[in-house]
Design a protein around this ligand. Sequence first.
Ligand SMILES: C[S@@+](CC[C@H](N)C(=O)[O-])C[C@H]1O[C@@H](n2cnc3c(N)ncnc32)[C@H](O)[C@@H]1O
Length: 208
Amino acid sequence: MNRVETLLVSSPPRRWLQRFYEIRVLLRLGGRMLPGARALEIGCGTGYGSQLVLEQFCAASVDAVDLDPAMIERAARRLARYGDRVRLAQGSATDLRSALNAADDDYDAVFDFGIVHHIPNWRAAIAEVSRVLAPGGRFYFEEVTAHALARPIYQRLFDHPTDDRFTAQQFLDELANHGLVVLGSITRISGDYLLGVAAKPVSGRSGN
Ligand SMILES: C[S@@+](CC[C@H](N)C(=O)[O-])C[C@H]1O[C@@H](n2cnc3c(N)ncnc32)[C@H](O)[C@@H]1O
């Protein structure tokens, strides 16, 4: 992530958007978590999303991973007040076994606040989400599509992988390829952004 995007994701307007728009949409589509539920946030950045997962989705605990050690340090400062309800790790969303020793079916919910489009092998991240979700668990996602990434302003300001980016439909199709069932989704700004919730069926995975 370049300097401009780092400043943007750390800014009050980003936090405002996440709290008062994205979270409300995701709660409407997928609801809160049950008492005792364990959550994972991939690409936690400064940790504000994990704070909202604890406070607004009522997760009992959150494990959070980010590739950038500087982000993990910032998240650790923000989330220190939650004590052992939070576990942070530096590592990749494409290999959660190495980062967090995450077993199959480990989490009741996984949260993705705008990170999968940063990953060159984004399909590997979806496969990991599906692997670590417990049957009945939910994947809450907010993503930036190829449509947005192709805009000149995105290309001028930010630094993203350019090959094999996804449209909203390709992202949803990849969830289905890993047996996740989309409970609801919406796109915004001519398909630039995708928000939604998918569930791992209780009967287990299909299509892997
Ligand atoms: C656009 S920021 C979003 C941060 C935060 N989720 C938010 O909404 O403010 C993308 C984050 O994903 C992280 N990231 C990029 N590739 C990653 C990967 N393979 N595994 C885990 N985190 C990754 C970056 O370091 C960055 O913190």
